[in-house]
Design a protein around this ligand. Structure first.
Ligand code: LLP
Length: 421
C-alpha cells in the first residue's frame, strides 16, 4: 500500500498534488511519502513483536538524510555498508548502538572510523577481515561486537545480479566452514562474537528460500553454542520483495515474513535483527518526469521523457519493470496506445519500457514511475552531464526539497584543472 492516489483528476502524494511540486522543483525528480515510509517500517516492527528485535533499515535503498531521520525517529536501526553510509547515519542522529556495519570489503579506514565512533556490531564477511578488525580494535583499545556472515548456499530465486546466498557468490563464509571460523574468532581478544548474520538476496517473492536459510542458521546456532560460543543475536538480512506490477500476485507480507522468522528461530531466544531496504522505501517513492516528445517511428511510437537511465538505472541494469502512470488521470474513455518509453541518453539501453500501454500524452505532460523509492536516487549518476536528480519529501499537506537539483555550473565546477592546462 502507498499514499499516491488520484484526487480530482491529479495524482497526489499524500495531500499534495504532484503538479504543485513539479511547478516548484521541475522534472525529473523523486518524490517520497513520509506516511508510506512510516507504514512500511511499522509493518516490520509489528511483525516481529513479541520477540526481542531491531529493524535496521538498509539505507543503501534510499539514503537521504531526511529519510533516515524519518525512520530513526520511529526507532529504526540502520544497516550501513560504507564509511559514507555510516557518516550519514551519524549525521542524521542515529544512536551508534543502532548502527550495524555490513559489507563485503570493509577498508581499514572504515574500520577505524566505526571503531572510534561506535557501532552496534560489525557483520564480518571473511577471515582476513576478521583478523584486520581485531588488530584495529586492539589499536584503539576497544572490543568490537561482531557477527559472522554465513553463506548458506540457498537459491534465493531472484535476479542473478541481486542473489547473494549461493556458494558461487562473493558474500559471507561457507556455512560448512563456520565452526572453524568461529573457533578462530573466539580466540581473537578484541572481538566479541555475539551472533550470526545471513542475507541471501534481494527482491525475494517467496518465503521458502528465507526459511531454508534461517533453518540452517538455527542449526548452526545450536552447534556453535555447543562449541561454547555465546550466540545471542541473529541478523537475518533483508530481501523481502515488493510488487512492481500492480494486480500481479503480490510477494508475501511482512506479517507472514515475521511469523516465519518466529517459527524458524524464535525458540533460540536470540535477539533478532532484520535489514529491509526495498520494502520500506520502494513503494514510498515515485520518479516524476515530463514528456519531451512523442516521436512516431516506423511501426513504433516513442515517448521521449526528460528522465533517463542515469536517473533510474534499474530497467537498464536488471531489466526491471516500473509501472508508468500519467500524473493527470486519464478520462474513463481515453484511448490507449502502445509506446516505447525512453530517455534522452545516447544509448538504446536508455529504455524504460517497451510496448507500454498509455493514453496519448503530449509535450509537457507528466508521468510517474511507481516503486522507484528504493535503488532509484541512490543509483543515479551524472552520465551525459545530466545533473543529479533532486528529491522531495511529502508529509501530509507539506512538502520539502530534501536534495536540490544542482545547477550546471555547480556540476561542472567540481572538476579541477591541472596546472599545465
Ligand atoms: N542487507 C544486506 C547485507 C544487503 O546486501 C542488502 C541489499 C539488504 C540488506 C537490503 O535488501 P532489500 O531489503 O533492499 O532487498 N540495486 C538492486 C538491489 C541491490 C540489493 C543489495 N543488497 C536493485 O535495484 O534491485
Amino acid at each position: 500500500m502507498d499514499h499516491f492516489t488520484y484526487h480530482n483528476g491529479v495524482l497526489y502524494a499524500e495531500n499534495v498534488a504532484l503538479s504543485d511540486i513539479v511547478a516548484k522543483v521541475g522534472t525529473p525528480l523523486y518524490v517520497y511519502s513520509t506516511a508510506t515510509l512510516e507504514r512500511h517500517f511499522r509493518l516490520f516492527d509489528d511483525a516481529l513483536s513479541g520477540i526481542d528485535h531491531l529493524v535496521c533499515y538498509a539505507m543503501k535503498a534510499a539514503s537521504n538524510q531526511a529519510i533516515i531521520k524519518t525512520l530513526a525517529a520511529l526507532g529504526a536501526g540502520m544497516d550501513v555498508v560504507s564509511g559514507g553510509e555510516y557518516m550519514r547515519a551519524i549525521k542524521a542522529g542515529v544512536p551508534t548502538d543502532r548502527i550495524v556495519f555490513s559489507g563485503v570489503g570493509k577498508t581499514h579506514q572504515e574500520m577505524d572510523m566505526i571503531i572510534q565512533g561506535g557501532v552496534r556490531q560489525v557483520n564480518v564477511e571473511s577471515e582476513p577481515e576478521m583478523v584486520l578488525l581485531d588488530k584495529a580494535a586492539q589499536r584503539h583499545g576497544k572490543k568490537i561486537p561482531i557477527t559472522i556472515r554465513v553463506n548458506p548456499d540457498v537459491d534465493a530465486k531472484t535476479h542473478a545480479k541481486i542473489a547473494t546466498g549461493k556458494s558461487e557468490n562473493k558474500f559471507g563464509i561457507p556455512i560448512a566452514k563456520a565452526r572453524d571460523v568461529y573457533a578462530t574468532a573466539g580466540r581473537l581478544k578484541s572481538l566479541d562474537v555475539v551472533g550470526i548474520d545471513v542475507h541471501i538476496g534481494s527482491q525475494l517473492t517467496d518465503l521458502e528460500p528465507f526459511a531454508l536459510a534461517y533453518r540452517k542458521v538455527a542449526e548452526l546456532t545450536e552447534m556453535l553454542r555447543a562449541d561454547g560460543h555465546d550466540i545471542r543475536r541473529l541478523d537475518l538480512g533483508g530481501g523481502l520483495g515488493i510488487p512492481y506490477v500492480r494486480g500481479n500476485q503480490a510477494p508475501p507480507l511482512p506479517e507472514d515474513y515475521g511469523a516465519m522468522i518466529k517459527r524458524e528461530v524464535g525458540h533460540l531466544g536470540c535477539e533478532v535483527e532484520i535489514e529491509p531496504g526495498r520494502l520500506i522505501a520502494g513503494n514510498a517513492g515515485l520518479l516524476i518526469s515530463s514528456v519531451i516528445y512523442l516521436k512516431e517511428g516506423e511501426g513504433r511510437n516513442f515517448l521521449i521523457l526528460d528522465a533517463a537511465m542515469n536517473d533510474l538505472i534499474r530497467p537498464a541494469l536488471y531489466e526491471a519493470h516500473h509501472d508508468i502512470i500519467p500524473v493527470k488521470e486519464p478520462a474513463a474513455d481515453a484511448k490507449y496506445e502502445i509506446f516505447d518509453v525512453v530517455g534522452p541518453v545516447c544509448e538504446t539501453g536508455d529504455t524504460f519500457a517497451r510496448n507500454c500501454a498509455l493514453h496519448r500524452l503530449t509535450n509537457g505532460d507528466l508521468v510517474a514511475f511507481r516503486s522507484a523509492g528504493a535503488y532509484g536516487a541512490v543509483m543515479a549518476s551524472e552520465y551525459n552531464s545530466r545533473p543529479l536528480v533532486p528529491e522531495v519529501l511529502v508529509k501530509g499537506d507539506q512538502f520539502a526539497v530534501i536534495r536540490p537539483r544542482p545547477t550546471l555550473e555547480e556540476m561542472i565546477n567540481r572538476d579541477t584543472i591541472p596546472p599545465w592546462l
